[in-house]
Design a protein around this ligand. Structure first.
Ligand code: G2I
Length: 448
C-alpha cells in the first residue's frame, strides 16, 4: 500500500515536472498524507469512497476531485438490476465495466451495489412472482457476481429489505413474497460466484439502535450462527440535521457479531450542523476497528440525489466545504486499525496456538481447490496465519480471503485485513487453488 501510494505520488509529481528526481523520492511518501481523504483514510487502514455516475467521468471538475480525494467507488445506478439485466437473460455491463476500469486505473477499490433490491428492478422482473422470480433473482446474482468476479471489494448483495417503522420485520416486496429465505439464498449464490468479495447487507434508517436496525441485527446473528455467508453490514447514513447518540454503539454491536461494518451512502442535510455530523460519523467509524471504510453518496452537492440539500463535501465547483475539513480532521486524528505483526521467518511455525484450522480439498487430475476453515480459540484473534506443506510438485496459483507467502513446499497463509479479528470460537474461511495434487495437507494455525 505504502509503496503504491509512493509510486502514485511520484508519478503525479513527475507529471507536473517541477521537482528533481531526488526531491521526488524523499517527498513522495508523505506528499499527500493528511491532506486528502483517500490518503488520510489509508493511513488509518480504511478506504474513503464516493458514489459515481459514470456519465460524469468526462467532466473534468468532477473527475479531478474524484481521483484526488477518493480511493473507492460505487456505481450510483450502473450495477443495479434494471441496468445490468434490462431484459431477462440479456446482461449489460457497459456502465459497470467503465467504472471498474476507472477504479483500476486510479488505485481505487470498488463496492458493488446492488445485486437484489425491491426498487430499480427491470420491468420484466417487477411482473414476476413465486419460483419464477426466485430463480430469476438467483440467476441474476450468479451472473452479475460472476461477471465482476475478482474486481469487487464488497457487494451489497441485498439492499433495503427491512421495513421502516417499529415492526423490525421485513419489507413487503415481490422478492420477500418468494419466501423469507430469499436473502440467504442470495448470499449463498453470491459467495459461490465470487468467493473473494465481501458480502454485505445494506440499509438506511439504521443510524442508531432502533427497531429496524435490531431486526437486521437479529438476521445477521442468525446468519452467523447457521453459517450463511455474510461478511459485512452497510449503514447507508442518509442523515438529517441530528445524529443519534448511539450511532457508534450501533456499529459496534454489529461488529461484535463478527461482521465488518461500512458507512455506505453518507450524505447529510445542509445547515449549521452538517460539518459536525460528518465529523462525528467519521470518528464513529474510526473508533470501531471493524469499520473498514466510508462512502459518500456523490462527489459535489449538485451531483447528489438530494438536490437542494447540498448534502455532500464539495460544492458544485469542486471546492471543499467545511464538512470536508471536519472529515479530514477526524480521519487524521482517528485510530488506525491494529495490524497483524509480520511473521518472524527465523522462528519455526508454532503448533496450533490460539486457533485451529482444518482443510477440505476438492481435486481433479492436475489441480485442486482447498478450503481452509480457521476457528478462533477462547481468546479470539487479532490476526492469524496458517502453515501448510504442499506435496512436491504442487503449487498455489490463486488465493482468496488470505495472503500466501510462498507457492510451493511450506506455504504460509496470513489473514487479510477484514478477517484477522475473530471473536472466541468464531470461524472464517479462506481458500486457494493449485496445480498438482494436494493429498495429506495438515494445516497449522497460529493466532496473534
Ligand atoms: O435514493 C438514494 C439511495 C438510497 N439507497 C440505495 C441507492 O441506490 C439510492 O440511490 C439512488 C440514486 O442516487 C438515484 O440516482 O437511487 C435512485 C433510484 O431509486 C436513483 O434515481 C434514479 C431515478 O429515480 C431514475 O429516474 C433515473 O433514471 O436514477 C436513475 C438514473 O439516473
Amino acid at each position: 500500500m505504502r509503496l503504491k501510494r509512493a509510486l502514485r505520488a511520484t508519478v503525479t509529481l513527475a507529471g507536473a515536472g517541477v521537482l528533481t528526481a531526488a526531491m521526488m523520492v524523499s517527498l513522495a511518501p508523505t506528499a499527500s498524507a493528511g491532506t486528502t481523504l483517500r490518503a488520510s483514510a489509508a493511513e488509518k487502514g480504511r478506504y474513503f469512497g464516493a458514489a459515481v455516475a459514470t456519465g460524469k467521468l468526462s467532466t473534468s471538475t468532477y473527475v479531478n476531485v474524484l481521483n484526488r480525494e477518493f480511493n473507492s467507488v460505487v456505481a450510483e445506478n450502473e450495477m443495479k438490476w434494471d441496468a445490468t439485466e434490462p431484459q431477462q437473460g440479456r446482461f449489460s455491463y457497459t456502465g459497470g465495466d467503465r467504472l471498474v476500469s476507472h477504479a483500476q486505473a486510479n488505485g481505487m477499490s470498488v463496492r458493488g451495489h446492488a445485486l437484489l433490491w425491491h426498487a430499480q428492478q427491470p420491468s420484466w422482473a417487477q411482473g414476476m412472482s413465486g419460483s419464477a422470480l426466485r430463480n430469476a433473482a438467483i440467476n441474476h446474482v450468479t451472473q452479475v457476481a460472476t461477471h465482476f468476479r475478482g474486481k469487487i471489494y464488497a457487494w451489497d448483495v441485498v439492499n433495503e429489505a427491512f421495513a421502516d417503522g417499529g415492526s423490525g420485520g421485513r419489507r413487503d416486496s415481490n422478492l420477500q413474497r418468494t419466501g423469507n429465505d430469499w436473502i440467504e439464498a442470495a448470499f449463498r449464490a453470491a459467495r459461490a460466484a465470487d468467493p473473494g468479495a465481501k458480502l454485505c447487507y445494506n440499509d438506511y434508517n439504521t443510524d442508531g439502535i432502533n427497531a429496524k436496525s435490531t431486526g437486521i441485527y437479529n438476521m445477521v446473528r442468525d446468519f452467523k450462527s447457521r453459517g450463511v455467508p455474510i461478511d459485512c453490514v452497510g449503514f447507508q447514513s442518509h442523515l438529517g440535521t441530528t445524529l443519534a447518540g448511539d450511532y457508534q454503539a450501533n456499529l459496534q454491536r454489529f461488529a461484535d457479531l463478527g461482521v465488518d461494518v461500512q458507512i455506505t451512502e453518507l450524505d447529510v442535510m445542509t445547515g449549521g450542523n452538517q460539518a459536525n455530523i460528518y465529523g462525528a460519523v467519521t470518528r464513529a467509524c474510526l473508533a470501531v476497528s471493524r469499520c473498514t471504510g466510508i462512502t459518500v453518496w456523490g462527489v459535489r452537492d449538485c451531483d447528489s440525489w438530494r438536490g437542494s440539500d447540498n448534502a455532500l463535501l464539495f460544492d458544485c465547483n469542486g471546492n471543499k466545504k467545511s464538512a470536508f475539513d471536519a472529515v479530514l480532521n477526524a480521519l487524521n486524528s482517528g485510530t488506525p486499525i491494529p495490524t497483524t505483526p509480520p511473521p518472524n521467518p527465523t522462528t519455526p511455525p508454532p503448533g496450533q496456538v490460539g486457533c485451529s484450522a482444518s482443510v477440505s480439498v476438492n481435486s481433479w487430475t492436475g489441480g485442486f481447490v482447498a478450503t481452509v476453515k480457521v476457528t478462533a480459540g477462547s481468546a479470539g484473534t487479532r490476526g492469524w496465519n496458517v502453515n501448510l506443506t504442499l506435496p512436491s510438485g504442487a503449487s498455489v496459483t490463486n488465493t482468496w480471503s488470505a495472503t500466501a507467502s510462498g507457492s510451493s513446499g511450506s506455504v504460509r497463509f496470513t489473514n487479510v485485513s477484514y478477517n484477522g479479528q475473530l471473536a472466541p470460537g468464531q470461524v472464517t474461511e479462506f481458500g486457494f487453488q493449485g496445480n498438482g495434487s494436494a493429498t495429506g495437507l495438515t494445516p497449522i494455525c497460529a493466532a496473534s
